[in-house]
Design a protein around this ligand. Structure first.
Ligand code: AMP
Length: 186
């Protein structure tokens, strides 16, 4: 199974992605985690990504597409994967389509998790207090939400047109939401 996971910052995308990949025994590819790993290892990609990430902006498309092109060609990705936080822009979505075409693969579904804005801000502020992530401060959170509305929300239509979109209500208990997602995929 090959999935794309989308949703605004704070919707619980990472948590659900982890649970869904465990259920289907597929690889969890979170571009946020991969980029944080690059930063930790002080690689060329990490150094380039860091300023954008700390400022709540998106990292340039070319870097993401290069990084994902490498990942999707790894042997472990053959068993299926869930892309968490990628694509985030239309050029990334088109770039992903061409990588997949080259690999003779296609996506099964694009899952969009939804929640209202007040709930999202509340969750992100809580997470910021717990995680110590540099980009979870209230100002940066608002900026990431704006970036989401401007650049990522158009992907919902992109995948709807391809008849891949599933929309899931992201409000509720964690296991309950996981059930909704799994049921919609089976
Ligand atoms: P996340 O952990 O998914 O919230 O991502 C954290 C940050 O990593 C984002 O605010 C972006 O700066 C960067 N990032 C993650 N995925 C992408 C992507 N697909 N395109 C551009 N930037 C990304």
């Amino acid at each position: 199974m090959r999935l794309v996971f989308m949703g605004p910052p704070g919707v619980g995308k990472g948590t659900q992605a982890e649970r869904v990949t465990t259920h289907f025994k597929i690889v969890h590819l979170s571009t946020g985690d991969l980029l944080r790993e690059e930063i930790k290892n002080n690689t060329r990609w990490g150094r380039e990504a860091k300023t954008f990430m700390n400022d709540g902006q998106l990292v340039p498309d070319d870097l993401l597409l290069e990084m994902m092109n490498d990942r999707l060609r790894l042997d472990e990705s053959k068993k299926g994967y869930l892309l968490d936080g990628f694509p985030r822009t239309l050029p990334q979505a088109r770039g992903l389509d061409s990588i997949l075409e080259d690999l003779n693969q296609s996506l099964d579904r694009a899952v969009n998790l939804t929640a209202d804005n007040d709930e999202l801000i509340r969750r992100l502020i809580l997470r910021g207090q717990k995680s110590g992530r540099d980009d979870d401060s209230p100002d940066i959170i608002r900026k990431r939400q704006q970036v989401y509305r401007d650049q990522t929300a158009p992907l919902i239509d992109y995948y709807r047109k391809q008849q891949l979109l599933i929309e899931i209500n992201g409000i509720g208990e964690i296991p309950e939401i996981t059930d909704r997602i799994i049921k919609s995929l089976t």
